[in-house]
Design a protein around this ligand. Structure first.
Ligand SMILES: [Zn+2]
Length: 597
């Protein structure tokens, strides 16, 4: 037990800082752990390099155990360094430690790379026999899934050539894009006189209660973007062209195939999901019309989309803790206990302070070490949801670390946000059942509805836009700003219909979305995870405690199976065309509640 258990929290979670000492006593201890991890990695390479072709199941199991030990050491040391830096980015000692860690991790990666390559080089039959041996049961999925890219991997020399040209062919363009979009500044008066505003700062105004301010912010953004759009389009055109060309070399038939493989999802499942989402665009339009009425407007303009409705009351950190623990406890005492440990063991850093990074995250740390949460608590109702979200990740990491190895504990992108979203829904339901302030209830409900829309509908619009851009490029059309704008507006008009008036400048909306540049088709995984969570929640409503038991098994299974196999026991059958119905029913129910105001 630590002192934080007894301390009080003032405004803005004052004094709620984490205690990293269980991970490493100080920077020197972290360095030593790192050094030992690297030394073990070298010994591992000496022992196993060149042996995989003839390895026995028992020896492979021993090798994986050793890899897990190395992974735990390196993960613990690097998490310690990065967590320290996250609460004090300006401290030179922290920056030095982080830089040393990153360098060492690259070294470790190089030393250990042979293992993956030799595993990939095995004939499929040999790999199957090994992976299916009883000794390797805990890592079976990890071993087999690692091979899914094997059919698309080229000869070593070719892979090297592709890797060597990557900095110029890919990274340089991404860096150029990053430089343009992060340094772009436009003068804007947000109320304190004209000041240079970045894209993010302008976009933050869309939640301002002042309608004229929201409008000016978006219009200023579009005016600022316009001179850059030809260059930004050229960057995208180059990247798409390169991706299409390397796809052909690697034998991918469709530009989305590689992403599907990454997410371990069947392309047909994703296509059906996107079509189901599009078939429900009417639900979003229904809400936009209702929102116009609530705001007393004839019709929503784009800058009214996220206009706040209602005002959430203040919530202090202690109340937030109670709310989240109670909400989790209604689902299962086990989950409540996991959350309580985060608080009582000082594994949450909630106090905002100078030098601490913004936003929120849950760091899994390592399979043999506990997870930590960082957030910036400002006494708002929204912070309760953020706390629940991060603790949702925390319960996933905690339960999967108990049952899985360092290799099999993590799920891919498709399911990673499921436990966090589920934890938000539990908390939302509890708040709805207990909150008496009508203004706070309205704010909560609207944020819930609009959050779901932003994740399910909006991310699907983005994926559809990308799909058409790749198709257009593949058919020989250069992706100019004008063409991208046309594709963008088509995809968006399908979503908004006539329920929201789209300003002319919105045609440049594609130009500042970084996912298109960094990771293609990244966005659909958000929609997938959210809809999956809603489907799970519908199962929970129906089956109660019996579902909770199954859900805990799902969390404990970590990444030991594919998404489809993990979800099947929970009553979510990805192969069924009706799998998403329950999710849309949940969303419809929420819109109905929101319409009542
Ligand atoms: Zn998350």
């Amino acid at each position: 037990m630590t002192t934080a258990e007894h301390s009080h929290s003032g405004a803005n979670a004052e004094g709620v800082r984490w205690d990293l000492s269980p991970l490493a006593s100080d920077a020197r201890a972290a360095q030593e752990l790192l050094t030992e991890g690297i030394a073990r990695a070298r010994t591992f390479a000496e022992r196993y390099r060149g042996t995989l072709a003839t390895i026995t199941p028992a020896t492979l199991a021993t090798a994986l155990d050793e890899l897990a030990v190395i992974d735990n050491m390196l993960s613990r040391a690097s998490s310690y360094g990065h967590l320290r830096e996250a609460t004090d980015v300006s401290n030179p000692e922290n920056r030095d430690l982080s830089a040393t860690i990153d360098r060492n991790l690259v070294d470790a990666g190089n030393v250990l790379r042979f293992f993956d390559l030799e595993w990939l080089a095995l004939d499929q039959e040999i790999a199957d026999v090994l992976a299916n041996a009883p000794e390797l049961a805990p890592n079976r999925h990890y071993l087999l899934a690692a091979r899914r890219f094997a059919p698309h991997t080229l000869e070593e020399q070719e892979e090297r050539m592709l890797a060597e040209r990557e900095p110029a062919a890919v990274s340089a363009w991404q860096a150029l894009y990053g430089r343009i979009t992060s340094t772009l500044e436009v003068d804007f008066d947000g109320g304190d006189g004209p000041e240079p505003h970045t894209i993010d700062r302008l976009l933050a105004h869309v939640r301002n209660p002042d309608r004229a301010l929201r409008q000016r912010a978006l219009e200023t953004l579009y005016v600022g973007l316009e001179p850059q759009t030809e260059t930004l389009a050229q960057v995208y055109d180059t990247l798409v062209g390169d991706r299409l060309a390397t796809d052909k070399l690697r034998g991918y038939g469709d530009p989305m195939d590689r992403t599907h493989l990454n997410n371990e999802l069947d392309g047909a499942v994703v296509n059906r999901m996107m079509e189901a989402v599009e078939a429900h665009y009417g639900l979003a339009q229904r809400w936009f019309r209702a929102k116009a009425k609530i705001l007393g407007l004839e019709r929503l303009e784009l800058w009214d989309q996220y206009a706040p409705i209602g005002n959430g009351r203040a919530v202090d950190y202690l109340e937030a803790r109670t709310l989240v623990e109670t909400a989790f406890g209604r689902f299962s005492p086990r989950i409540e206990g996991v959350a309580r440990d985060f608080f009582s063991q000082s594994r949450i850093d909630a106090e905002p302070r100078p030098g601490k990074r913004g936003g929120a995250f849950c760091a899994p740390v390592a399979q043999d070490a506990p997870a930590y949460v960082l957030m910036n608590f400002t006494d708002q109702m929204n912070d309760v949801m953020t706390l629940a979200h991060e603790l949702g990740h925390g319960m996933h990491f905690t339960l999967s670390a108990e049952r899985q190895s360092a290799m099999s504990m993590h799920t891919g992108l498709a399911l990673a946000e499921v436990p966090s979203t589920f934890a938000e829904l539990l908390t939302f339901d509890h708040l709805l059942a207990t909150e008496s302030d009508p203004d706070t209830r309205r704010a909560l409900i609207c944020e819930r509805v609009e959050g779901s829309f932003a994740t399910v509908f909006r991310q699907t619009v983005l994926a559809r836009y990308e799909q058409r851009a790749y198709q257009s490029r593949d058919e020989g059309s250069t992706l100019t700003a004008e063409r991208l704008s046309a594709i963008w507006m088509d995809a968006n008009r399908a979503y908004y219909g006539d329920s929201v008036q789209l300003p002319d400048g919105y045609r440049f909306g594609w130009s500042y979305i970084p996912h298109f540049i960094s990771t293609r088709f990244y966005t659909y995984a958000y929609a997938f995870a959210h809809l999956t969570t809603l489907a799970l929640y519908a199962q929970y409503r129906e089956h109660g405690a019996a579902f909770a038991e199954q859900y805990m098994e799902f969390l404990a299974a970590g990444g030991s199976k594919s998404p489809a196999d993990l979800l099947a026991p929970l009553g979510v059958d990805l192969s069924s065309p009706k799998v998403w119905d329950a999710g849309f029913e949940e969303m419809t129910r929420m819109v109905e509640v929101a319409e009542e105001g």
